[in-house]
Structure formats: C-alpha cells, structure tokens
Design a protein around this ligand. Structure first.
Ligand SMILES: *Cc1c(COP(=O)(O)O)cnc(C)c1O
Length: 304
C-alpha cells in the first residue's frame, strides 16, 4: 500500500477555453498533505522504514516537511522537522497537526538544515525535499496513473523548484515509452534557477529568492534537473508572481480548489500565457498543489 492517492485526472473546460486547446489536470493538490510531494516522500519513507530506520528528519518548512510529517504518522515513525525562524505559523501548525516535532533554528534554511544534519544517527533517515532518486521514482507514479487511464497527451506542464517533480515526471514518461514528450518547465521570476542554468550552460546559483512562490525557491537547481534539460525536450517558461497569484484565484473559482502560487505558475500558462502552449493539442498539467497559502494570503498578494 502506498501513502499517496491515485488522484483525479480531468479535462478542464475553463483552462481549455482560456488556452484554446485541450488542457488536462492531474489533481495532486488533492493528496492528503496537500501536494504531490507525498508521492516521492511517501516512497522514500516506506523504503527507510522497511530498512529499519526509526526516525525521520526533514529541514523543510514547506510542503516537503508536511509530507514527511504525514508519512511518519501513517508509518508510526517519529518525525522532527528543523525550520528557520522565517517559517510561517501556518506551516508550523500544519507540520505539528501531523504529530511531528518542529524545531526552530537559525535565521535561514542553511542554518536549520545544518542543525538537522547534525541530529542524524544510524537509526535516522534524512528526507531531502527534491534531490533523491527514491523521490523521483515515487513522483513518477503520477505519469503511470495518467497512462493507465488511457489519456494521450503531447506535452506535460509542471512547476520547477529544485527539480524533483521534473525528474520524477521525466522518469515516469521514460518508463511508459513517452520520453519524446516535451516537458514545459515553469518557474516564477525571482525563483528561476533552472532557466538561469539553461541560459548559462551551467548550474548558476541565484543570489537570492525574490519570488513569493517560496516552494519554488531553490537557489540552485538539482544536477538531475539540469542534466534532463540538456538531454531531453525541456522548454523553460518564466511567469511573474502576479500571474501566478491571479491563476490561483481564477482556479479557485473555476475548480473550487486552492493551490499555492508555486502551482499557480503552471496554471498561468493556460490563463495568461496561451502562446507557450500553441504548438500542442492536448496538454497535461500537473496541479502540484501546496498547502501553505490561504485564500486571505492570495488576496493580499493580489492587492499588493
Ligand atoms: C516542492 C514543490 C514544487 C517544486 O518541486 P521541486 O521538486 O522542488 O521542483 C512545486 N510546487 C509545490 C506546491 C511544491 O510543494
């Protein structure tokens, strides 16, 4: 039994009309911890549990930390999540709600992460938010599900932070003989580490993350994501925060599901960047979700 759900796959009438082509949604926003991350993190946690680990550690104050906390509760394994002082009360509450311990340490993620690593011992597994082959294999199941449903599609659009989701989707496409299907890799301006690496030809480190889409905030994209961008069809698109937030609010009205701007970035391709989809007839969008934004927060970003 896996810790993730087989999520709904539906053709979106409003997004298809906005994009002028068929847009299908893989609704991973409906995973119990609120994002696709439980696919890979659930698989990694199950692997570590069966190899005898007795504790999980994460250093993510976002959806990865929430997913590890959820996995630990389901597997009856204690979880400690080390987060920096900047982590929102809402994110901490979502982690604690799953029964995990939250340890606040340091001004930045680097410091929280160092403390997390220093707490490791032989019985503890550290769960990385994106850079782990165990995660990619778990994320790949979303493509298995889409293929099993019988849908064919000619592009996959998804959001990129550290690139774990992209690595998993690429693996899922490859193991279903769909390695030729292009991936449209969406980032927000201010968190676009993949776009920067593709332009430079090496893995550039962004000086800072300035986007509100903090779930996309990896200053350097993973080596695997960069390799994929050089070895398969990957098209990079950057959208503004404003377009991502607007997409979230339109999506609430259209599909009655609330997602983070990290996910709104991908939805914005249909709503405000239809030209980026013009070469395709049927686009699969990964609705990656995210639990850390509220409706009030989205509205205040929109008003800013
Ligand atoms: C983690 C996350 C992403 C980015 O995933 P990566 O594997 O880091 O590229 C996108 N959207 C949401 C909601 C996330 O939680």
């Amino acid at each position: 039994m896996t810790l993730h759900l087989n999520t709904p796959l539906l053709e979106s009438r409003p997004l298809s009309l906005a994009a002028g082509r068929s847009v299908w949604l893989k609704m991973d926003a409906l995973q119990p911890p609120g994002s696709f991350k439980i696919r890979g993190i659930g698989a990694a946690c199950e692997h570590h549990a069966s190899s005898g680990k007795r504790r999980f550690i994460s250093s993510s104050g976002g959806n990865a930390g929430i997913a590890v906390a959820y996995a630990g509760r389901r597997l009856s394994i204690p979880v400690s999540v080390f987060v920096p002082e900047t982590t929102t009360d809402r994110a901490k509450a979502l982690i604690r709600q799953e029964g995990a311990e939250v340890i606040v340490h340091g001004a930045s993620w680097q410091e929280a992460n160092e403390r997390a690593l220093s707490a490791l011992d032989a019985e503890t597994a550290f769960i990385h938010p994106f850079d782990d082959p165990l995660l990619w294999a778990g994320h790949a199941t979303m493509i298995d599900e889409v293929v099993a449903s019988g849908l064919s599609f000619d592009a996959v659009a998804l959001s990129v932070g550290g690139g774990g989701l992209m690595a998993g989707v690429a693996q899922g496409l490859a193991r279903n003989d769909l390695a030729h299907v292009p991936i449209i890799a969406v980032e927000t301006d201010g968190a676009a580490s993949l776009a920067a690496a593709m332009t430079a030809g090496w893995r550039v480190q962004l000086p800072a993350i300035t986007s509100i889409a903090t779930s996309l905030g990896a200053r350097v994209v993973s080596e695997r994501a960069f390799e994929l961008a050089q070895s398969r069809a990957v098209e990079s698109v950057i959208v503004q925060d404003r377009a991502a937030v607007e997409a979230c609010l339109r999506f609430v009205d259209d599909h009655r599901v609330l997602v983070e701007p990290a996910c709104g970035a991908t939805l914005a391709l249909a709503y405000t960047h239809p030209a980026s989809l013009a070469r395709f007839e049927r686009v699969l969008m990964v609705v990656c979700g995210g639990a850390t934004a509220t409706l009030a927060q989205l509205q205040s970003w929109q008003a800013a």
